[in-house]
Write a protein that binds this ligand. Structure first.
Ligand code: ZN
Length: 514
């Protein structure tokens, strides 16, 4: 019981009369939530206390803040520490360090992220590619020696001690591509004593998707840790329609996956083919046929020919009177070749709607955006409202309480994020209030950063960071460590760091555990 004395000391907030989705997946009910400081202190039928600030939320859904299980929001948070594209999706925690790509020790990464004083929480995975890069440097196109693999494992262990959630790999990308399974198993074993998990952008999401899932299962089994497939998809003609089998494998083997709600992926052009034999036309003939043709490949970034950006390979071929394959080869040579400079990316429509819906419906999946802030794929600004609008309300693929369970408690429990993901007394006051009747994504390929609508309020650690659908300017995000206390940005950063960061706004409040 909370004493009246405590109420006087720290004001409470009452979220009144909303429809409570507590994150467990159980049936919603009309009720109230009381917050004090950074914690939820009561959930149920509550009466407003004298002087308490009350939010009337009739007709709106009240749920735990959403956890973006595979996020790249560390990209762009320096430009927008308010993370408006995440808050308008109801995301309160972004899990970064994905695809193995993390380049910094997690200890430093937490410091860097905290120095931006973000409005959302961050949790981090240790990246296989990052530690591989640190040890092998430019000489990475080979297996690591045992000594090198142990040196990498030591870096992963350091990251776990700093509070990483586990190990991530991106085996389709350099430098992870050149590692063998045993190297990854050794690194994953370094995670096991800390009870971390293994997540992977698997080696091949197309023809060899099932072999790649098997590799993930082997790695997690041999290391004795939980395994999760990152942004699960089946993206070549040979595996289209096999989502049922993939879901069965997941269920049987106890693995989980995250999924984003779009039938097109975005990555670098090299992800079109698992082969590195880029001069060979045949691999591109197959790659294009696997995704249904050059009209399904849209260039979303290319620093050498900005006027090609936004066009499909079929359109560029017509425009330049050339064939699509020579264009692919030229782009790869100019960016990723021996003297390559600049960058490129493509959005490729390569998944089937029916497979996507089967993955969204699976009880073993949670949701992700796979997006950055200000990125060129609409998933960065639209994923969570798109699930709640298109797939829950309009297409009725799953119920609202099940979608919320997957966005909250299932993600928190699988990723081992403590005290978040449920509306429970004593748990962190990360909450989202949205209108299930109107929630909608608006981001498109043409306008990938268009903000979603329908999320009305967001609290992060008891601080109202979004009100009436607009960022309040308050930034209360925390660095979420596995099995360690969260630290607010103030606690995280030294006074010096805060004072010198060009991104800190001294007038903004950063509340948290004081
Ligand atoms: Zn990925």
């Amino acid at each position: 019981m909370l004493s009246a004395y405590a109420i006087v000391l720290t004001p409470t907030i009452l979220l009144s009369g909303g429809t409570i989705y507590d994150g467990s997946g159980s049936k919603p009910y009309i009720g109230d939530v009381r917050i004090q400081g950074n914690k939820i202190i009561a959930v149920g039928k509550l009466k407003a206390a004298p002087g308490e600030s009350v939010f009337q939320l009739k007709g709106l859904a009240v749920s735990p803040g959403f956890i973006d299980a595979h996020s790249h929001a560390d990209r762009g948070i320096d430009e927008d520490p308010l993370a408006v594209s995440q808050l308008t999706q109801g995301i309160t925690t972004a899990v970064v360090g994905q695809d193995g790509g993390w380049r910094k020790p997690v200890r430093e990464a937490f410091k860097d992220l905290a120095a931006y004083r973000p409005a959302i929480n961050f949790a981090i995975f240790s990246g296989h590619g990052g530690v591989r890069d640190a040890i092998l440097k430019d000489d990475y196109k080979r297996n690591a020696t045992p000594a090198e693999a142990f040196a990498m494992q030591k870096l992963v262990i350091d990251d776990m001690k700093a509070g990483a959630l586990g190990l991530s790999t991106g085996l389709e990308y350099d430098p992870g591509y050149y590692s063998d399974t045993n190297e990854v198993i050794l690194l994953a074993k370094g995670v096991a004593p800390y009870k971390g998990i293994y997540i992977s952008h698997v080696r091949d999401e197309g023809d060899k998707a099932f072999e790649s899932f098997e590799e993930l299962i082997r790695i997690s089994k041999e290391a004795g840790i939980h395994g999760q497939i990152s942004h699960i998809k089946l993206c070549s003609a040979a595996v289209w329609g096999r989502s049922g089998k993939a879901n069965q494998v997941g269920l049987k083997q106890g693995i989980t996956a995250d999924v984003y709600p779009y039938t097109f992926w975005q990555s670098t052009m090299s992800a079109l083919s698992a082969s590195r034999d880029w001069a060979n036309r045949e691999i591109w003939v197959k790659a294009l046929s696997d995704v249904g043709g050059a009209q399904n490949v849209r260039l979303t970034r290319y620093t050498h020919e900005p006027n090609w950006v936004g066009k499909t390979l079929a359109e560029i071929a017509k425009l330049t009177n050339r064939d699509a394959i020579s264009i692919i080869q030229e782009i790869l040579d100019k960016t990723n070749g021996p003297n390559g400079t600049g960058s490129q990316s493509v959005a490729v429509t390569a998944m089937q709607e029916s497979d996507l819906e089967a993955f969204i419906a699976s009880p073993r999946t949670m949701f992700c955006s796979d997006g950055s802030i200000g990125g060129t794929h609409p998933r960065g600004a639209g994923s969570f409202p798109r699930i709640l609008g298109r797939y829950v309300r309009d297409r009725k693929v799953i119920t609202l309480q099940e979608a919320i369970r997957k966005m909250t408690s299932f993600a928190a429990e699988t990723l081992q994020i403590k005290n978040r993901g449920r509306l429970r007394p004593g748990w962190m006051a990360d909450l989202v209030v949205f209108d299930p009747k109107t929630i909608q994504d608006h981001a498109t390929t043409a306008n990938p950063t268009a903000l979603s609508t329908g999320v009305k309020y967001v609290w992060v650690s008891g601080v109202k960071v979004l009100a009436q659908g607009k960022a309040t300017g308050l930034r209360s995000g925390k660095m979420v460590r596995r099995d360690q206390p969260d630290l607010s940005a103030q606690e995280e950063s030294s006074a010096e760091l805060v004072a010198t960061s060009k991104h800190t706004h001294p007038e903004s409040l950063c509340c948290g555990e004081q």
